[in-house]
Ligand binder design. Structure first.
Ligand code: 13P
Length: 253
């Protein structure tokens, strides 16, 4: 089953206007220089940069996504952004349930699922994040934690077009630490099995499961060649266009 790899950049809370536009333009140049890449590219800047990054991406094969959304379509939710607003700005993706949102904002599986349902309703694709903490891994619970997050966070009617899963071990994010390739493949294969139980085998076989957590050009090849790794969700290295695109190249895109 051929799944087109997705190389996604999560810029997190980084970038003022000029930096964001320059980064987006550089990503466009680098991606264009690849000719016909075999993978799909996505950048997810902060809300404040979406409009200007969208302009900078014009004509390029790089999709635009946001890093979160609210579950309501509109209304009295001060400071929040609805899925429809993101779509209106030209986003096609939204990241949901990132561990930083789960930790900083107390987001639960139920909330993440409600947001994903709202995003799908307006035609946005979701990148739903899961992943264990170091304490959970040390306790031998990595697979169990991910299994429960999938069961709780992924809508029951998700399909391989509207949903991407991102496995990001919390302890690997921004730390330079990466699980062994055997550990990554173990979790990805287990996640695909849970997806098959929840959504059916055919959907699970087509659904992309990204790895995230200290992905760099130097480790992209070994991570992205694992059978159940269908791309990467990249934080720090996505802030340098050369590194972001080198990850794709090294990952045989
Ligand atoms: P780093 O690539 O900086 O470890 O971040 C990963 C991440 O959290 C992407 O969502």
């Amino acid at each position: 089953m051929a799944r087109k790899k997705l190389i996604a950049g999560n810029w997190k809370m980084n970038g003022l206007l000029a930096d964001g536009v320059e980064l987006a333009k550089n990503v466009v140049l680098q991606v264009k220089a690849m000719g016909k890449p075999q993978c799909e590219f996505l950048v997810c800047p902060p809300f404040t940069l979406l409009t200007s990054v969208k302009k900078a991406l014009r004509g390029a094969k790089v999709a635009l996504g946001a890093q979160d959304c609210h579950m309501a379509e509109k209304g009295a939710h001060t400071g929040d952004i609805s899925p429809l607003m993101l779509k209106d700005l030209g986003c096609t993706y939204v990241i949901l349930g990132h561990s930083e949102r789960r930790a900083d904002h107390g987001e639960t599986d139920e909330l993440v699922r409600a947001k994903a349902e709202a995003a799908h309703k307006v035609g946005l694709k979701t990148v739903i994040c899961i992943g264990e903490t170091l304490a959970q891994r040390d306790a031998g619970k990595a697979v169990e934690v991910c299994r429960n997050q999938i069961l709780g966070s992924v809508p029951a009617d998700s399909n391989a077009t509207d949903t991407v899963i991102a496995y990001e071990p919390v302890w690997a994010i921004g730390t330079g630490k990466v699980p062994t390739t055997a550990d990554v493949e173990e979790v990805h294969a287990a996640v695909r099995k849970v997806l098959a139980q929840k959504l059916g085998k055919s959907v699970a076989n087509k659904m992309r499961i990204l790895y995230g957590g200290s992905v760099k050009p130097g480790n992209a090849k070994e991570l992205l060649s694992l059978p159940d790794v269908d791309g990467a969700l990249i934080g720090g290295a996505s802030l340098k266009a050369e590194d972001f695109v080198a990850i794709a190249k090294n990952g045989t895109c």
